[in-house]
Ligand binder design. Structure first.
Ligand code: ASP
Length: 348
């Protein structure tokens, strides 16, 4: 038994090295665009290309900030803004509908340098919720603002406010109707394909076919050696009672501390809150002195045992990256200090 444990630990350590030395260069930015039942057989070449292109655009936007000496917080913002502005992901423009046919978005940011943090929950008029979270971090004495108060604060602090019609989407509305017909509540993308056949649906509505968590997130390491992590989401389709998930909860969906790593999660929020997953990765690194890879994998293994599906991205100050998930796939990618890019969608 003891031998098995030691052997599996050695294997884990080996795979840690395999992962972090994938390019032998320091990773400076890692992103995700949600995890779920993402299967190659359900993906058209056009759709795969669209996701890959958008992930690449987000990575390059964040990398550009870092390369020109910008902070990790600015890089996280740049990468997330690209994904928030795309209908492909469940954040900003692509946010899913609530039961009341509105959008309620959540976002958070944490700076690993000083552990300052900001978050917003249930905002409906903020074009880029991550920008509001950054405003809360930089310009208030608070960590988490919600609803109309958060929107008022964001507007007063120069964050772009839009009419709710900006978020309207026939594709997302169809998704809501289908979910409501089944009288259930789903996490972002859950259900079956049903009668969705138009080419627009074919392109955009993979969440009907699959079960996915389309939240977006980014973790960056800047030239000063500071980490930052951010997460932005529309939450879950058909949610009600102002439900808030893990994404705006510091420690659950997002965490960053230079002493360990930066983490952004995606998945079934209730489970990520209950296991305090993002902080759990850091705690394992600090208290058990395990690597980022081992800590991140253990956190997801705990989620599997607990019944919660999803994934996370983690990045430490040495540029080690981990991107574990217990779903079939996770939109993810990283970029190294030399601009080398990796993008992944499926599992093994
Ligand atoms: N974690 C998000 C939530 O529960 C959902 C997601 O990751 O897509 O609100």
């Amino acid at each position: 038994m003891r031998l098995v444990f030691i052997l599996s630990f050695v294997l884990m350590a080996l795979s840690t090295n395999a992962q972090t030395s994938a390019s032998d260069k320091k990773v400076v930015l890692v992103i995700h665009g949600g995890a779920g039942t993402i299967l190659k057989k359900n993906m058209s070449p056009e759709k795969e290309e669209a996701y890959t292109a958008k992930l690449e655009e987000a990575l390059k936007a964040g990398y550009g900030v870092l390369d020109s000496g910008g902070t990790s917080v600015d890089a996280v913002q740049a990468a997330i803004n690209i994904m928030e502005d795309s209908p492909l992901f469940n954040a900003g423009k692509g946010a899913v509908y609530t039961n009341a046919e509105t959008q309620e978005m959540d976002a958070s940011i944490m700076n690993g340098k000083d552990k300052n943090a900001g978050a917003v929950g249930g905002v409906s008029t903020v074009k880029n919720p991550i920008n509001a979270a950054i405003a809360v971090m930089d310009k208030s004495e608070h960590v988490l603002l919600t609803g109309e108060g958060a929107e008022e604060f964001a507007g007063k602090n120069g964050v772009e406010i839009v009419d709710t019609s900006y978020f309207r989407s026939d594709v997302r509305l169809k998704q809501l109707k289908r979910v409501q017909d089944k009288e259930k509540m789903v996490l972002d993308h859950d259900g079956d394909r049903g009668d969705v056949n138009s080419s627009e649906d074919e392109f955009n509505i993979d969440y009907i076919e699959d079960k996915k968590f389309g939240t977006v997130g980014a973790v960056a390491l800047d030239k000063e050696g500071n980490l930052a992590a951010g997460t932005s989401t529309g939450g879950m389709t058909n949610k009600r009672y102002n439900r808030v998930g893990d994404s705006p909860i510091i420690g659950a969906g997002t965490y960053a501390d230079n002493s360990c790593c930066g983490v952004s999660c995606t998945g079934h929020g209730e489970y990520f809150i209950r296991n305090v997953v993002a902080y759990d990765v850091c705690a394992m690194m600090n208290y058990q002195e395990v690597s980022t890879f081992v800590a991140a994998q253990r956190a997801i293994d705990k989620q599997t045992d607990f019944g919660g599906s999803g994934g996370l991205i983690a990045l430490d100050r040495e540029g080690n990256v981990a991107m574990p998930f217990n779903t079939a796939g996770m939109y993810r990618g990283y970029i190294t200090e030399d601009g080398e890019l990796f993008i992944g969608i499926y599992g093994e």
